[in-house]
Design a protein around this ligand. Structure first.
Ligand code: NAD
Ligand code: UDP
Ligand code: UDP
Length: 316
């Protein structure tokens, strides 16, 4: 093993973000252990890595203890789309909370640095805009999104308690809506829904009146931010926002997708799910100042890549 080579554990490594992270870690020369229970991820996402001598795939649920020897842990295991995390909400909370305890216990035993994939959902339906890391959020503790939001908030609490109590090297990353190739076509998230609908010539489903906003980050930018955060100075814990500040209404997104796909899809309106945040935009000054990160890929360029991926996938 060379001096800079690390043994890296990626939980949720067979998912959308995790599989891109595994690609980048292998490219960088590291040894990668990908752990996933395939709840929403799939072997197909890491197909290109399975034969690689420095890559290992393990089927395992992070709510159970895991004994391995590693230098770095990226804790990404958790369903991320509302449709999936609401399917079995108790399991969602268990994954965030028991999963964090197990991975922190592991990090403590082996002295590994550990990064948590947290989320902009910790801000809930925010009263301040754009969201800065110092904002404590407005989250419903008993709603249909709470299993995810409160699970992730509790995971953040655990990270900071292990940091204070056991001096662990922790990094907490608040990820804003991210899209790109390898999103699941039935994932239920807005970008994949709109693209798949446009490609099939089906109506585009807008929930509510479409004036709610989100800020969309392309996956390559997000993974670059994640890698930089992990290697940021040991005393920097975050939490830190990673996302693209470009903010769009769902109506704007629908129009852009239909134009780029070149289809004839019309728009239909569906009820807005409860607790759906009205607006969301990251303030990324902290990431810029601390590890010189900012996104490079604009929405149209990122959508073109994602559309090409889904076109290919739907044909296959
Ligand atoms: P994803 O659903 O594609 O990936 C999650 C992965 O975790 C899947 O492979 C799934 O099988 C695995 N998993 C779920 N429960 C598990 C368990 N108990 N044990 C082991 N593996 C388990 O979602 P994603 O978009 O790649 O999200 C990855 C992480 O980033 C999640 O923690 C998510 O909360 C966070 N995040 C993502 C976004 C986004 O926009 N994509 C935004 C904010 C936060
Ligand atoms: N754990 C694990 N792998 C390890 C060490 C610990 O999965 O290598 C789990 C184990 O289930 C434990 C949890 O992490 O209960 C928390 O560990 P910690 O040492 O913080 O507390 P413990 O419960 O062992 O006192
Ligand atoms: N949304 C929509 N149509 C869809 C899927 C989602 O209008 O087919 C809306 C959803 O109500 C929300 C926004 O798009 O306001 C983003 O939804 P997503 O599930 O992608 O992410 P999140 O709400 O977790 O940010």
């Amino acid at each position: 093993m060379s001096e800079n080579q690390q043994r890296v554990l990626v939980t949720g490594g067979a998912g959308f973000l995790g599989s891109h992270l595994c690609d980048r870690l292998i490219e960088a020369g590291h040894d990668v252990l990908c752990v996933d229970n395939f709840y929403t991820g799939s072997k197909a996402n890491v197909d290109g890595l399975l034969a690689h001598p420095r890559f290992e795939l393990m089927r395992h649920d992070v709510t159970f203890p895991l004994y391995v020897e590693v230098d770095r842990i990226f804790n990404l295991a958790c369903p991320a789309s509302p449709v999936h995390y609401q399917h079995d909400p108790v399991q969602t909370t268990k994954t965030s909370v028991h999963g964090a305890i197990n991975m922190l216990g592991l990090a403590k035993r082996v002295g590994a640095r550990i990064l948590q994939a947290s989320t902009s959902e910790v801000y809930g339906d925010p009263e301040i805009h754009p969201q800065v890391e110092g904002y404590w959020g407005r989250v419903n503790p008993i709603g249909i999104r709470s299993c995810y939001d409160e699970g992730k908030r509790c995971a953040e609490t655990l990270f900071f308690d292990y940091w204070r109590q056991h001096n662990l090297e922790v990094k907490v990353m608040r990820i804003f809506n991210t899209y790109g190739p390898r999103m699941h076509p039935n994932d239920g998230r807005v970008v994949s829904n709109f693209i798949v609908q446009a490609l099939k010539g089906e109506p585009i489903t807008i929930y509510g009146d479409g004036t709610q906003t989100r800020s969309f980050c392309y996956v390559d930018d997000l993974i670059e931010g994640m890698l930089r955060l992990m290697e940021s100075p040991a005393d920097f814990t975050g939490p830190v926002n990673i996302g693209n500040p470009g903010e769009f209404t769902m109506l704007e997104l629908a129009e852009t997708v239909v134009r780029l796909v070149g289809g004839t899809s019309t728009i239909v309106y569906r009820p807005l799910p409860s607790d759906d945040p009205k607006q969301r935009q990251p303030d990324i000054s902290l990431a810029k100042a601390t590890f010189d990160w900012e996104p490079k890929v604009g929405l149209e360029d990122g959508l073109k890549e994602t559309i090409a991926y889904f076109r290919h996938r739907l044909q296959a």
